[in-house]
Structure formats: structure tokens, C-alpha cells
Design a protein around this ligand. Structure first.
Ligand code: ADP
Ligand code: MG
Length: 324
């Protein structure tokens, strides 16, 4: 089992006046064999962080380490890949002209295969792991359902013998009726194989279903991170409370941000990463910040991030709810 660690990771896009940090000094650890759920609205930088981990987005600062060694390199085809990414759209990772069995076989490290029979057996094993019939190996991606294609993408990820899998919105394109099945499969595989996982979704209801740890991202920063039960039962950051209030509740975690905060601020302007607000970057939308409470001036001037890093359940807010 391996630990994946982001240390001060910054990813920058654009130049000159269009320059912006899509990911801004992020510290995040995926402990061995655990699922870290990364949640945040569209554009908050989740995919960029994921791509940084596998060398698909260059770092402007910081490092990504797997068990202390640089993780963000692109592995040559046919070699083991300790960190593997699965994308929202399996069409992006599966060649439409290739039989899916061959797509999976291609990702098996060459050293693991002595001959064609070995290869066939390994592909059959991987198909079995993800709950696909061996008979499916000969078909092309278009002949499969969305859920089956995502299972093939998972088999392809597992072929590289990863110790950490990064799953970026892997159920978001699927029909709601099969999302649960795929989530159960992912959770089952993760537990059986002792995989670490960074599980990304804009949907908190999905993230909380699979995660041991929950990290909340806003405008390129992790604003809250902690054990899933703690973050869900006792959210510290006003943005996390907003997300929780918006997510459908099915599991007894109840949180009503509007009632708690005395009415949410109606400003729904999406944040612009080219013009990051000073101080706390959430303050122009915050229901407990200076818009609602003018005396809270430091939210607009002082960045709350630096104080947050060291704690187990950390939150970047000057007025975070106090943990008992
Ligand atoms: P998320 O996955 O949370 O929706 P992304 O990581 O895709 O967020 O995007 C974060 C920010 O970076 C957004 O403002 C997005 O427009 C920008 N961005 C993402 N990819 C690129 C790129 N290749 N070039 C320029 N800007 C990008
Ligand atoms: Mg994304």
C-alpha cells in the first residue's frame, strides 16, 4: 500500500493578464488504502489537480510524491503505473477501433506476460475483477453500454498494477440507475486490493458514499479536509455547509446551512479564477463573512489558509465552527 502526497502543488494556465492558478498551493494526502473524496463546484480545479498527479499538467510549484518519490511522471506504455487515472468519459481512454480486450491487454506491463496465453488469462482475470464477461473482450467500445465501458476503463487502470487510482467524475456521465452499481464496484475493488484512491466528483452525495476522507476544493484551494464522518457531521467551512445543504440527504447526516447561518447570501456569481478575491477567496459569497457581518473585516484582507494546514480536520476559515 502506498501514500500519495501533494505538497504545495500549484498549476498555472495562461500567460500575462490571462494567467491564473487553477490549483494554488494545495497540500493533500491520500493515505495508504484509503479513499479521499475531492468535492467542489465545476471549475474549482479538481481535474487539474488529478492531472498534475499523473504528469498530465505541469507543476508551477510544489511536488507530488508516492511513498516519498516523485509520482507525476508519465510512464512509458507497457510499464507498471503506480498512479493511474480513470476519466469521466471512457471514450477518451479507449480507442474506438480497438477490441476492448486489446485495450486492456495493452496496459498490462510487458514483464508480467510470458506469452499470448498469459496475456489472455490476465485479460480474463481483469475482466472478471470488474464484473465483465470474458465474452466481451472481442467487442469495440461502441457496442458496450456506458457502464460496461467504464468497467473496461477500470480494468485498464488495474492492468497497470497501480497502488493509487485517481477517479475523476467516473460516474458523472452514467445513467443514475447504474451509478450506484459502479460506485459499489469501485469501493469493493478498492477494499479488496488495498488501493489508495482520490475520488473526484462535483456531487457530494456521490463522494460521501465512498470516502474515508473528504477534501473540499474552492477556487484552486482545499478549504476543508478531514475524516469523512467528521466533515459530514460537523462541517467547519461555510462553503462545505453550502454543499451539504444542497446535496440530497439519504444517510442521516442532516445539515441546513440556511437555518444555521440565518439565511444564505444570495450572491451566486461563479468565482473567476483570473480575479481571485483578496483575503479569504470565499468571502464575496460567504453567508457568515463580511457581507452578512460587516465587522468581519479580516475575511477580506487576511488569507485563512496558512493556519489551517496542520490540523487533522483542517479548514481555511477565520470563523470556522468550533469542533467540540
Ligand atoms: P474542475 O475539474 O473542478 O471542474 P478544472 O481543473 O477542470 O476544474 O479547471 C480549473 C480551472 O482551470 C477552470 O477555470 C478552467 O477553466 C481552467 N482550465 C482547465 N484546464 C485548462 C487548460 N488546459 N487551459 C487553460 N485553462 C484551463
Ligand atoms: Mg473536472
Amino acid at each position: 500500500m502506498s501514500e500519495l502526497r501533494f505538497e504545495g502543488v500549484t498549476v498555472r494556465y495562461g500567460t500575462g493578464r490571462r494567467m491564473m492558478n487553477a490549483v494554488d498551493a494545495v497540500d493533500l494526502t491520500v493515505p495508504p488504502g484509503q479513499v479521499v473524496g475531492l468535492v467542489g463546484e465545476s471549475g474549482s480545479g479538481k481535474s487539474t489537480l488529478a492531472r498534475a498527479a499523473v504528469g498530465l499538467a505541469p507543476l508551477a510549484a510544489g511536488r507530488v510524491l508516492l511513498d516519498g518519490r516523485q509520482a507525476n511522471r508519465r510512464a512509458p506504455r507497457g510499464t507498471p503505473r503506480p498512479v493511474h487515472m480513470v476519466f469521466q468519459d471512457p471514450y477518451a481512454s479507449l480507442d474506438p477501433r480497438m477490441r476492448v480486450g486489446d485495450s486492456v491487454a495493452e496496459a498490462v506491463p510487458r514483464a508480467a506476460l510470458a506469452d499470448a496465453e498469459d496475456r489472455r488469462a490476465e485479460v480474463a482475470r481483469l475482466f472478471g475483477l470488474v464484473g465483465l464477461d470474458e465474452g466481451h473482450t472481442g467487442v469495440r467500445p461502441a457496442e458496450l453500454s456506458g457502464g460496461q465501458r467504464q468497467r473496461v476503463a477500470l480494468a485498464r487502470a488495474l492492468a497497470g498494477r497501480p497502488s493509487v487510482v485517481i477517479a475523476d467524475e467516473i460516474t458523472s456521465a452514467l445513467d443514475v440507475s447504474i451509478q450506484g452499481t459502479v460506485l459499489n464496484l469501485v469501493r469493493d475493488l478498492q477494499q479488496r486490493m488495498g488501493l489508495g484512491m482520490l475520488f473526484i466528483s462535483h456531487n457530494l452525495a456521490v463522494v460521501r458514499y465512498v470516502s474515508d476522507v473528504i477534501a473540499v476544493m474552492y477556487l484552486g484551494r482545499i478549504v476543508e479536509c478531514g475524516p469523512a464522518h467528521r466533515v459530514l457531521a460537523d462541517p467547519q467551512h461555510p462553503y462545505t455547509r453550502e454543499l451539504l445543504a444542497a446535496a440530497p440527504r439519504r444517510d442521516g447526516y442532516a445539515w441546513d446551512a440556511a437555518a444555521e447561518e440565518g439565511g444564505a447570501v444570495a450572491d451566486a456569481e461563479p468565482p473567476d479564477p483570473h480575479h481571485v478575491p483578496a483575503g479569504c477567496r470565499f468571502h464575496p459569497r460567504c453567508p457568515v463573512g463580511p457581507l452578512a457581518r460587516p465587522e468581519r473585516t479580516r475575511c477580506a484582507t487576511l488569507d485563512p489558509a496558512p493556519d489551517a494546514v496542520a490540523r487533522l480536520h483542517r479548514t481555511a476559515c477565520h470563523f470556522a465552527a468550533r469542533t467540540p
